[in-house]
Design a protein around this ligand. Structure first.
Ligand code: ATP
Length: 246
């Protein structure tokens, strides 16, 4: 069974605990999530506020909103990386998110060893990760570099490996923060085709993007976030129209 249910979910991130006023004042004036100081003088960002939604198989949801509106934070809640600080999130199904793709990788280990390490990080058993090493190695096209420590890779090479690992399994729930472009032109095309396959197979797709063409291409419904709250919800066309209106 695949679903995402959020019930009045909020995420507050404590960011500052100080007597100093200038940074706090600057933070309180910022434009993204709502920033407040609580009674103990701890400044918190209300990155998400009172979000309730239900996504079932077949959902193709766009997250729309200006910088700092809460899109990435919501994707992190869907991914299970953030627990709501109040309210509930219930997520069922295998999840693949291309957020934080290199998290869990170790610069001192070889590419091949990192496949196992990062594989475990994204929920693979040791056996599954071992079985997938050849396919991931082929896709990444890193050849002999796979036996060298990650610290010898360029950032593009690291991303290629991370992408190959993160996309080797087709998930029930696919979470995308912009359609990233990985590697040079040839690799980017291959990566795009792989993402397309994952999108086609995914039961639930959630895509956060600022690119209207991309959103319209992949999503049929949308929510618009503002300061961490849902301020519009409906078909992709309805919400994009609301987004465009002043
Ligand atoms: N780790 C963190 N520590 C402090 N504040 C954070 C953290 N992560 C997010 N925020 C704050 O939460 C709010 C929502 O951020 P989020 O990254 O979810 O926005 P976004 O809609 O994805 O923005 P963008 O379009 O720029 O990627 C912002 O005000 C941001 O500053």
């Amino acid at each position: 069974m695949t679903y995402i249910h959020l019930d009045h979910a909020s995420v507050e991130i404590p960011i500052y605990n100080s007597r100093g006023r200038s940074l706090k004042a600057a933070l309180l004036r910022q434009v993204g999530g709502a920033v407040e100081a609580n009674s103990r003088d701890v400044v918190t960002v209300k990155a998400l506020q009172d979000i309730s939604l239900r996504l079932e198989p077949g959902a193709r949801l766009a997250l729309i909103g200006h910088n700092g509106a809460g899109k990435s934070t919501l994707l992190r809640v869907f991914a299970g990386a953030y627990e709501p600080t109040s309210g509930h999130a219930e997520i069922h199904g295998s999840i693949s998110s291309l957020l934080d793709m290199t998290m869990g990788m170790d610069a001192e280990l070889t590419g091949a060893e990192n496949i196992i390490l990062r594989g475990a990080f994204v929920g693979m058993s040791l056996k599954e990760a071992q079985n997938r090493v050849d396919e991931i190695a082929d896709f990444s096209e890193l050849g002999p570099y796979l036996h060298l420590p990650l610290r010898t890779y360029s950032s593009g090479m690291t991303l290629r490996l991370a992408f190959a690992i993160s996309t080797t399994r087709a998930p029930d729930i696919l979470l995308l923060d912009e359609l990233i472009s990985v590697g040079d032109a040839a690799f980017a095309l291959k990566a795009q085709m792989r993402i397309q396959k994952l999108i086609d197979k995914a039961g639930i797709l959630v895509l956060a993007s600022h690119d209207i063409k991309t959103l319209k291409r992949y999503c049929d419904t949308a929510i618009m976030l503002q300061s961490g709250r849902i301020v519009a919800q409906g078909t992709i066309d309805e919400v994009l129209e609301r987004y465009a209106s002043p």
